[in-house]
Design a protein around this ligand. Structure first.
Ligand code: BGC
Length: 727
């Protein structure tokens, strides 16, 4: 008899294997069997942490603990049992995969699958059961310090990318923990800001990626957010967790609180939270003397169960959800063993990074061919900085970090380097100020060197210090810090061949855009940042990334910043409160509908080759519920090098009862073509792609009438239109 996940010691006197240990049985039967054997105390013990990153199992029954780890971009180094200090192990380093913004910028679900598969192998190798990611919060404002951990401004794109990540990760027996559910779209006041948003915006913009993660990705866990929604904290919000997540979407996994996101025993007991983590911390730095037994879902909960103030049905439901999670992960004896195969994982990280870099502007300077440009000056701190350090919980301890400067030295005959500027040393609540005379002398040094080289590559941007791209704080300004705008301008005055290749996870203003011949958007690309950037700049790799968010010209052009402080960051009224006044018009939906052009639109990204869009054909002029509309369009690589194009399909509802955005992304496909080659991209349009959410009726509606399909290479660069009628 196969006894899986346990030993004979747990078998009954008659040697029969208890049902909960028999992995051949349906999981619900095993859950019920385990529950029937457990005491109330044992059930409560499943519902809260036992240390910083683990929760207890049921030792008496041989049911193991759950071990969790940050985060979305790699497996985090081990921290101490119950404080945030690192444990300083010698073997807890990992591959830093590109940040999720970069993954979204590939617009390639195959890259998301590759990501999930490889990060899952490392997580399993490190004996983690739950990986705290991916993050799918919507990019609402470029000031959000945590946008780099999310997948951009469009719910369709974020959802399509999250699903393969989750599926491939979980094939390793490691649960995804999709975060932060929901409406955690800023770091300012993240612990208690009370978000007010219409149902329409909630369902159309902020929930769809989570929904796909649950219904298609089948994520085994989800993390509640820090903020409040409608006056109740998201970690125990009855509407989000009971009505929507479990009621409407049928989620059968475990809801894990964000670290320190639980605030009340009764609400946590009744409103859908399963595992309480990190209470009495701010999730990053603060600690307290309390032990895990003092958590809301520990002794206080047990007491209220014993006194009958709370029903046992609440703890039975939670324990069942946690057992299901344990059976799927820690007790999944069929799962692969994992690996820390750096050659393989670095190669995967590099492929993803290669496809993510976005060529924003190119007057013909790029690619910077090494045979033509021999003496090159690299300027900027991010050319040498380890950007996997800092930024909060996504920070990683890497074994290797290949910097852009080192990689560029391998490509060009002579490479000089000048920092050009200096960011302040990180301190507790931000960074130390750098004296102006220091900044001035660094700038002058770089500009003087720029006069005497064939080309200049500026690699600046933001970093992971406080108030930059980091957890816990939002950015304070839209412009680049540390005087970078002035340096870029002066470099352009000194040398005609300046490439700006900044590393950020957010949009920033570009007052110098008219002066700079070539601009590339690079990301926190992790271990392989250097080789990926060097290959894109030199032309060894042809860039194929597209922007997962719009780059507004000015901050005021961004929807969330058009309605004053009530909309962002919120105002004080017995606690911070915020109203998403822009409603459904987030990102390009705002720019398009309000005719406020972005500097670089959502979906934008150039290539070293040229793509021509042919004439589209549609399977019908009318669409009914029974049959999808199939649209095909030929794409030709009309340039001289191989390249990939992301063909994007937007739907425009020409007349509707409720106002709608001018267009919405409902399909995309990345096609790789050799010079001269023509390929075909196919889209299948279903009624669900035509729907909007009618909040009065609380239902999705596809209204019969005229629609237009817009096919293009960005949200504004539309090459083909296909009209049709929905009956
Ligand atoms: C973050 C989560 C993270 C957790 C554990 C929190 O501060 O918001 O995203 O997974 O800490 O480190």
């Amino acid at each position: 008899m196969a006894l899986l996940g346990g030993s004979m010691a747990f078998a009954g006197a008659d040697d029969a294997v208890p049902a909960y240990l028999d992995e051949r049985l349906p999981i619900e039967q095993r859950v019920e069997d385990a529950l029937a054997r457990m005491t109330r105390e044992e059930k409560v013990a499943l519902c809260h942490a036992q240390g910083k990153f683990s929760s207890a199992g049921v030792p008496r029954l041989g049911i193991p603990e759950l071990w969790m780890s940050d985060g979305p971009h790699g497996v985090r180094a081990e921290v101490n049992w119950n404080d945030w200090g690192y444990a300083n192990w010698a073997n807890d380093y990992s591959t830093a995969f590109p940040a999720l913004t970069a993954l979204a910028a590939t617009w390639n679900p195959q890259m998301a699958a590759l990501y999930g598969r490889n990060i899952g192998e490392e997580a399993r190798y490190r004996e983690k059961d739950v990986l705290l990611g991916p993050g799918v919060n919507i990019y609402r404002t470029p000031l959000n310090g945590r946008n780099f951990e999310y997948m951009g401004e469009d719910p369709y794109l974020a959802g399509e990318m999250a699903v393969p990540y989750i599926q491939e990760l979980q094939k390793n027996g490691v649960a995804a923990c999709v975060k932060h559910f929901a409406l955690n779209n800023q770091e300012t006041w993240r612990g208690n800001v009370d978000v007010r948003v219409s149902d329409r915006a909630l369902y159309e913009i902020y929930l769809p990626a989570f929904k796909k993660a649950v219904t298609e990705g089948k994520t085994w866990s989800i993390m509640g957010a820090y903020n409040q929604y409608d006056g109740q904290h998201a970690c125990h919000n009855s509407r989000l967790l009971c009505d929507i997540l479990r009621g409407e979407w049928g989620f059968d996994g475990a809801v894990i609180s964000d670290w320190g996101g639980t605030h009340d025993t009764r609400q946590a007991a009744l409103n859908g939270l399963d595992i309480e983590m990190g209470t009495y911390t701010n999730g990053l730095t603060s600690e307290s003397e309390f032990t895990c037994d003092d958590y809301y879902l520990a002794n206080p909960y047990l007491k209220m169960l014993e006194s009958g103030e709370l029903p046992d049905s609440s703890v039975n439901a939670k324990a069942a959800n946690v057992l299901r999670l344990i059976f799927r992960t820690a007790m999944n004896s069929g799962a692969p063993r994992g690996s820390l195969d750096f050659a393989k994982h670095y190669a995967a990280a590099k492929r993803i990074a290669d496809e993510s870099i976005v060529l924003l502007k190119n007057d013909g300077l790029l690619p910077l061919r090494p045979d033509r440009y021999k003496r090159v000056l690299v300027v900027g701190e991010n050319a040498v900085r380890n950007l996997t350090e800092g930024g909060g919980s996504s920070e990683l301890k890497v074994k290797d970090m290949f910097t852009p400067l080192d990689a560029l030295k391998e490509v060009y005959a002579e490479v000089l380097y000048a920092p050009g500027y200096k960011s302040g040393r990180p301190i507790y609540d931000g960074e130390e100020l750098v004296a102006q005379d220091v900044l001035d002398s660094l700038r002058r040094e770089a500009v003087a060197m720029a006069k005497d080289v064939d080309a200049v590559i500026f690699i600046g941007g933001l970093n992971k210090n406080g108030f930059q791209d980091t957890e816990g704080t939002d950015r304070r300004e839209y412009s680049l810090p540390w005087g970078q705008d002035r340096i870029i301008e002066e470099l352009c005055d000194a040398n005609p061949n300046v490439v700006v290749a900044n590393v950020t996870g957010n949009a920033y203003s570009m007052p110098w855009i008219g002066k700079v011949p070539a601009v590339m958007q690079s990301w926190y690309l992790g271990t392989m940042i250097g080789p990926a950037m060097a290959d894109a700049i030199s032309g060894k790799v042809n860039p194929s990334g597209k922007m997962p968010y719009s780059i507004p010209r000015r901050l005021e052009d961004c929807a969330a910043h058009s309605f004053g402080p009530e909309a962002y960051p919120g105002v004080e009224s017995s606690g911070p409160r915020q109203e998403y006044r822009e409603d459904i018009l987030v990102g390009y939906r705002w720019h398009d509908t309000k005719s406020i052009p972005a500097l670089f639109p959502f979906g934008h990204g150039l290539s070293y080759t040229k793509f021509e869009y042919g004439k589209p054909t549609a399977s019908a002029k009318e669409m009914t519920d029974g049959a999808p509309l199939v649209v095909r369009i030929p794409i030709t690589n009309a340039g001289g090098v191989e390249g990939s194009e992301v063909v994007q399909l937007y739907v425009s509802d020409l007349k509707s009862t409720l106002p709608r955005p001018l267009k919405e992304l409902k399909g995309f496909s990345k096609i790789s073509l050799k010079p001269g080659e023509t390929g075909e991209v196919e889209f299948r349009i279903l009624p669900e792609h035509l729907r909007y959410f009618d909040d009065a009726a609380h239902q999705w509606v596809a209204e019969p009438g005229k629609f237009m399909l817009l096919i293009g290479s960005s949200s504004t660069d539309i090459h083909a239109k296909v009209p049709f009628t929905y009956k």
